[in-house]
Design a protein around this ligand. Structure first.
Ligand code: HEM
Length: 218
């Protein structure tokens, strides 16, 4: 069958996407440097701990005694993260491309079928034009994570001036807790996203760099 090139991602989307990736990595790394100064979280129930983000964790990843360095990187790159994210969202709104990303009616059922199909339990993922329901949930969800990480970040950055915002998240400690675990969700998103990209293959990866995908002409 003859093949042709079709535009898949606009130049703007590709720039927003690839600026976000290193910026987010710096945000996660510098956030951990700040966290290393006061290590209080773990994954566990009651006395049972699956994993502790404690001193041993901080030493393994060289996070101790680097608070000032972490803050300098975090507060500088936060500007880039917010500006790039805001430009991306505005672009989605004004170009109406949000329609390709927002989950539509029946999306929950569709996402569940994609999930079962991905796990090889059942081969019945619904046919999708553009992003499937699971991708729509993931991509809209990660935008929501970006917004939440920004507002909880502001709540713990200026808890006196923005005391009302800190109160919205249940106070300083609770806003800090939410901010930390949003980072965990970002990491989870990146791992699953990259695995899915590997699974989808070269055509999808090339398209988020060059903008074009190869399609078979009917
Ligand atoms: C090595 C890292 C990454 C690779 C290789 C990668 C690759 C890709 C690819 C191939 C697509 C298009 C998917 C498709 O056409 O089906 C995509 C879209 C997307 N990626 Fe990534 N990605 C990476 C990191 C990230 C990160 C860190 C985020 C955000 C936390 C992210 C968020 C998104 C979003 C929101 C879209 C949808 C963009 C749109 O169409 O508006 N990606 N990525």
């Amino acid at each position: 069958m003859p093949k042709a090139l079709r535009t898949k991602h606009s130049l703007a989307i590709r720039w927003f996407h690839w600026i976000n990736f290193p910026v987010l990595l710096v945000m996660i790394w510098s956030g951990l440097l700040i966290y290393g100064a006061n290590r209080v979280y773990r994954i566990g129930v009651g006395d049972w701990t699956l994993y502790a983000f404690d001193t041993a964790f901080a030493e393994r990843f060289n996070l101790r005694f680097r608070l000032a360095e972490g803050m300098a990187w975090h507060f500088t790159f936060a500007w880039l993260f917010v500006l790039n994210g805001a430009a991306y969202v505005l672009y989605l709104v004004f170009s109406k491309q949000w329609r390709h990303l927002a989950p539509g009616r029946g999306a929950l059922k569709g996402a569940w079928r994609v999930f079962l199909d991905d796990l090889r339990f059942r081969r019945n993922a619904p046919e999708a034009e553009g992003y499937n329901s699971a991708q729509r949930f993931a991509y809209s969800g990660v935008i929501l994570l970006g917004v939440l990480s920004t507002v909880t970040g502001l709540a713990i950055y200026k808890p006196v001036q923005l005391s009302w915002l800190t109160a919205v998240f249940g106070g300083y400690q609770s806003a800090r807790w939410i901010h930390f675990w949003i980072t965990g969700l970002f990491v989870l998103f990146i791992v699953v996203h990259v695995l899915q990209v590997i699974r989808a293959g070269w055509n999808a990866f090339r398209a988020i760099i060059t903008g074009k995908e190869v399609v078979e002409e009917s």
